[in-house]
Design a protein around this ligand. Structure first.
Ligand code: CA
Length: 421
């Protein structure tokens, strides 16, 4: 993956930065002007809950001064609960997601940012062994290189989620971690800014992740992932290194699968050495050899009609940042193109209409009626749904890629189950 980029001149870099109108990285840019007093008594039960949580926080070693600076000013935010409960009916297909995540502009901006902050990246690469392009890509995806942290005060967001979100125990732990950050003096409570879900700063660290992995790289004694690019870059690299990044391996590569490939093996749980995949007939693009990787898996995000990827340990490390395959693929492809490498060569099946949540539920129910046990019909395609769908495809003599299409749903709904024959 470490394809040497041809470095643009500084003049070109600056021209690029101007052309892209890159936002200045200032906290004020992202901080919302939230009014502390506007709705202090908006939810009396929230106030009572805060008082109870404050007692627990005191018992856990948080000082009264920290509580005064944080919980005493916390607000219940209805928009956080709206976001937490949103279940979109239509999930974007991976190619629509990647069009936005790995846009030409984001690739160019990534090259520019890496050059502008070359010394910060060089230090982090030397110290943590994680490629600069991977760190840059995460930065680009998490906040568009610092343009959008999310406009929520982290204490407000987490207190709201701990009060009545879907994962209250988790949010309680993160809220306590946020209070510890303030107490340690890394950043004043008013500057603790991030997403509705509590992720903070340029690369969207949760408070617990911050406590464990944030690094002071510029030597000012503060771990500042809101205002210091060297701290952001080193903290992100430190997280990846401690999560098991292998400097000797790439994230993976696009590959060509042999004819009659058994698609039930295209799961992250199926792992073998890249050389074993090569022996099974998997080839690099343009005749290139497969990269040397242990514990490698095949992924076919759009089934038999789309690209195939060979991914390794480092791809799984990216999943620790955000446990979505689409996210990790976006980081990998963005990094590869920031490094001057190619995007995917095989086209996505863009003509294929994605199934809605309701249609996926119908597909799951129909598979269950046929005895292809896919578990609870939850409208989300996971390994069990893919496995059930593969069994159905096999019964029809079709390539068993486990990818749900409108045609398969139609067949499942029209034909009577075997028991009725
Ligand atoms: Ca610092």
């Amino acid at each position: 993956m470490r394809i040497s980029p041809s470095p643009p001149t500084l003049a070109l870099t600056l021209a690029l930065a101007c052309a892209l109108a890159l936002p200045a990285v200032h906290l004020a840019h992202a901080a919302p002007a939230s009014n502390d007093t506007a709705s202090a008594d908006q939810r009396p039960d929230f106030r009572a809950w805060l008082a109870g949580f404050a007692q627990d926080a005191l018992a856990a070693g948080i000082s009264q001064a920290t509580l005064d600076a944080t919980l005493a000013r916390a607000r219940w935010l209805p928009q956080v609960i709206e976001q937490d409960r949103a279940q979109p009916e239509f999930v974007r297909p991976i190619w629509v997601y990647l069009d936005g995540a790995v846009s030409t502009q984001r690739v160019l901006a990534g090259k520019t940012q890496r050059l502008l902050h070359a010394s910060a990246f060089d230090s982090a690469v030397a110290r943590y062994g994680v490629p600069a392009s991977i760190i840059t890509a995460i930065w680009g995806l998490e906040s568009s290189y610092g343009a959008h942290f999310g406009g929520f005060r982290t204490v407000d967001a987490l207190a709201t989620l701990a009060f009545d979100g879907r994962r209250r125990d988790w949010a309680r732990g993160e809220l306590l971690a946020a209070l510890r950050i303030v107490q340690q003096g890394d950043i004043p409570a008013s500057m603790l800014i991030g997403s509705w879900a509590g992720a903070m700063g340029h690369t969207q660290f949760l408070p617990s992740v911050y406590l464990k992995y944030a690094v002071d790289a510029d030597g000012d004694g503060k771990r500042d992932i809101w205002g210091s690019v060297p701290d952001v870059v080193a903290s992100t690299a430190n997280f990846l290194a401690q999560s098991g990044w292998r400097p000797s391996e790439p994230w993976g590569a696009e590959v060509r699968l042999p004819a009659r490939f058994d698609y039930s093996r295209a799961e992250l749980t199926v792992r073998q050495d890249a050389s074993a995949w090569a022996a099974d007939g998997v080839q690099g693009m343009d005749g290139k050899p497969l990269p040397a990787m242990r514990d490698a898996s095949i992924l076919t995000p759009a089934g038999v009609h789309g690209p195939a990827l060979l991914v390794g340990n480092n791809f799984r490390v990216l999943l620790r940042y955000n446990s979505s395959n689409n996210y990790a693929i976006a980081v990998a492809l963005l990094a590869q193109q920031i490094d001057g490498g190619p995007g995917l060569q095989v086209a996505w099946p863009r003509q294929m209409k994605p199934l809605s949540r309701t249609e996926i539920e119908a597909l799951q129910l129909a598979l269950n009626r046929r005895g292809m046990d896919v578990g609870e019909a939850d409208g989300v395609v996971g390994p069990a749904t893919r496995a059930g769908l593969r069994r159905y495809q096999q019964s029809l003599g079709l390539p068993a890629d486990g990818y749900p299409t409108p045609e398969l749903l139609q067949r499942l709904l029209q034909a009577p189950p075997p028991a009725a024959l």
